[in-house]
Design a protein around this ligand. Structure first.
Ligand code: GAP
Length: 434
C-alpha cells in the first residue's frame, strides 16, 4: 500500500519530522526545516549512504567542499550557460510554470485558461549572490547547484595527497541550491536540499562495466534498507532527456503517491568535467599511468542521490495502517538503522519509585542508542505513539521490575513482548538492533 501524500505530510508536521521553513511568517514554500524526528531520520539516511559508499569501500574517499566556489567552476561545468529550465508565463494569472513539466502545454494549471502562455524563456536555476560588500559582476558567485563540481575541482588534490590509483571514487554529502521554477510535492522538489553524490574515476575502456556495477549497487542499497521492490524501478533516460555532460543516465525511480519519479540519477559523465576544468583552469588534470606510461583523462560514473528526497521516500514506503483489535494502528515499519529512535523507555506510571530507576536505565542505554523517554498517557497510547514514529523496540519498566529486575521489551512490527532481565538487556538489544 502506498501511503497518501496528505497522510505523510500530516504525520511529518504533527510528529515533528518536517516543518515548513519560516512557518511563523506564513512559510516559504520552497524550503523546509527538519524537526527532532526528521533530523534523526535524515542523518541516518546519510549515515547509511556514507557507510556503504565510503566506509565499506577501499576505493572511495570522502570530501566536504565549500558551497560557494569560484564563478569559473560553473562556467567550466557548463552550468552558467545551460543549467536552465524552460519557463512560461500565463498572461491571464501571471503564474510561472516549467513548460517541460506541464501535463498539457497549452493549459495553465493555475487558472485553467488555455492558450495563455507566451514563448518559453530559458531560466537559469543557479542562485546568485555577491562576495564582499560591493555588488558588481566581478564578484558575482553562485550557491552550488550540485555537490559534484566540488569533487572535480579537488580531483587532483585528492589523487595526489591520498596516492589514489584508478579506479577510485570521491564521495560528498551536502547542501545544494536550485532556484526551481515550480518547487513542490513537499520536500520532493525544494530550492534548498541535500545531495549524496559520488564521482567514480576509471579507465575509459572500463566505464561501461562500472556503470552497470554502480546501477546495481545503488538499486540494492534501497532494497537492503527495506524499500519495497514493487515501489522501485530503474529507468534509462531517453536521448533528449540527457544532461549536457552525460553519455548515458539511468534513474532509480520510486513510486511516489503521484506516480513514478526520480530518486537518484546514475550518469556516465565521460571525461567531460576534467577536460573542461583543465581547459578553464590551465591545470593538468590528466592521469599518468605508471605501468603503461600513458596520460589520459579518466572517465567518470556518477551515482547522484538526493538525501532529503530519499528520506521522504523512506517515510512514505514505511508507513502502514493495520487493524488491531478493531482499531487502526498506524505503524512506520522503517529499517532499524534508519528509525529516528531505536528505543523508547517507558515507565509504567509516573510514580517516583518507577521514574527514578527507569531514568537510570534510559541514561545507560543512551550511550548506545538514540532513545525517547516517555511518561505521558496510558502505556497503550505510548506504544501507538512509538509505532507511528517507527521506534523498533519499547522497553517498559513496571512495578514487577522493582522485584524481578527485568523489563518488558515490545517489538514494533509483531507487537510481541519479551520479559528480559536488566543484566541481559544490553546483549538482547545488541542482537536485535546490531
Ligand atoms: N550531479 C548530478 C546531479 O546533480 P541531478 O539528477 O540534477 O544530478 C541528483 O540531482 C539528485 O538530487 C536527484 O536525483 C534528486 O534526488 C536530488 N535533487 C535534485 N534537485 C532537487 C530538488 N530541487 N529538491 C530535492 N532534491 C533534488
Amino acid at each position: 500500500m502506498t501511503a497518501s501524500f496528505d497522510t505523510i505530510v500530516n504525520l511529518s508536521k504533527r510528529r515533528g519530522f518536517v516543518f515548513p521553513s519560516s512557518e511563523i511568517y506564513g512559510g516559504l514554500r520552497s524550503a523546509y526545516d527538519y524537526g527532532p524526528l526528521g533530523v534523526n531520520l535524515l542523518r541516518n539516511v546519510k549515515e547509511q549512504w556514507w557507510k556503504s559508499m565510503v566506509q565499506q569501500r577501499s576505493d572511495v574517499v570522502g570530501i566536504d567542499s565549500a558551497i560557494i566556489q569560484a564563478r569559473e567552476v560553473w562556467r567550466a561545468s557548463g552550468h552558467e550557460e545551460v543549467f536552465t529550465d524552460p519557463l512560461v508565463e500565463c498572461s491571464n494569472c501571471n503564474s510561472r510554470q516549467r513548460q517541460d513539466k506541464l501535463d498539457d502545454p497549452d493549459l495553465c494549471p493555475n487558472c485553467g485558461q488555455r492558450g495563455t502562455f507566451g514563448e518559453p524563456k530559458q531560466f537559469n536555476l543557479m542562485f546568485r549572490t555577491h562576495m564582499g560588500p560591493v555588488e558588481t559582476s566581478e564578484n558575482l558567485v553562485y550557491l552550488r547547484p550540485e555537490t559534484a563540481q566540488g569533487i572535480f575541482i579537488n580531483y587532483e588534490n585528492i589523487r595526489r595527497t591520498n596516492r589514489m590509483k584508478l579506479p577510485f571514487g570521491i564521495a560528498q554529502i551536502g547542501k545544494s541550491f536550485r532556484n526551481e521554477i515550480t518547487p513542490g510535492q513537499f520536500v520532493f522538489r525544494t530550492r534548498e536540499f541535500e545531495q549524496m553524490e559520488m564521482e567514480f574515476f576509471c579507465e575509459p575502456a572500463t566505464s561501461g562495466e562500472w556503470f552497470e556495477t554502480w546501477v546495481e549497487l545503488r538499486h540494492n542499497w534501497y532494497l537492503d534498507l527495506g524499500m519495497d521492490p514493487e515501489n522501485l524501478r530503474i529507468r534509462p533516460h531517453d536521448d533528449d532527456e540527457l544532461s549536457h555532460y552525460s553519455a548515458g543516465t539511468v534513474d532509480v525511480e520510486y513510486r511516489f503517491p503521484w506516480g513514478w519519479d526520480e530518486l537518484e540519477g546514475i550518469a556516465n559523465r565521460t571525461d567531460f568535467d576534467l577536460r573542461q576544468h583543465q581547459e578553464f583552469s590551465g591545470q593538468d588534470l590528466q592521469y599518468f599511468d605508471q605501468e603503461t606510461n600513458e596520460r589520459f583523462f579518466p572517465h567518470v560514473i556518477e551515482p547522484a542521490a538526493g538525501a532529503t528526497r530519499t528520506t521522504f521516500a523512506f517515510l512514505i514506503d514505511a508507513y502502514h495502517e493495520e487493524e488491531v483489535d478493531g482499531e487502526t494502528r498506524a505503524v512506520l515499519k522503517i529499517d532499524k538503522r534508519l528509525a529516528p529512535y531505536q528505543l523508547a523507555v517507558l515507565p509504567l506510571s509516573k510514580k517516583p519509585e518507577l521514574i527514578e530507576p527507569a531514568t537510570r536505565l534510559a541514561d545507560e542505554l543512551r550511550s548506545t542508542y538514540m532513545l525517547e523517554f516517555d511518561v505521558t498517557q496510558s502505556i497503550g497510547r505510548r506504544y501507538r505513539r512509538q509505532d507511528e514514529i517507527g521506534t523498533p523496540y519499547c522497553v517498559t519498566f513496571d512495578f514487577d521490575s522493582l522485584d524481578d529486575d527485568a523489563v518488558t521489551v515490545r517489538d514494533r512490527d509483531t507487537m510481541a513482548q519479551d520479559r528480559v532481565s536488566t543484566s541481559k538487556l544490553a546483549a538482547y538489544l545488541a542482537e536485535k538492533l546490531g
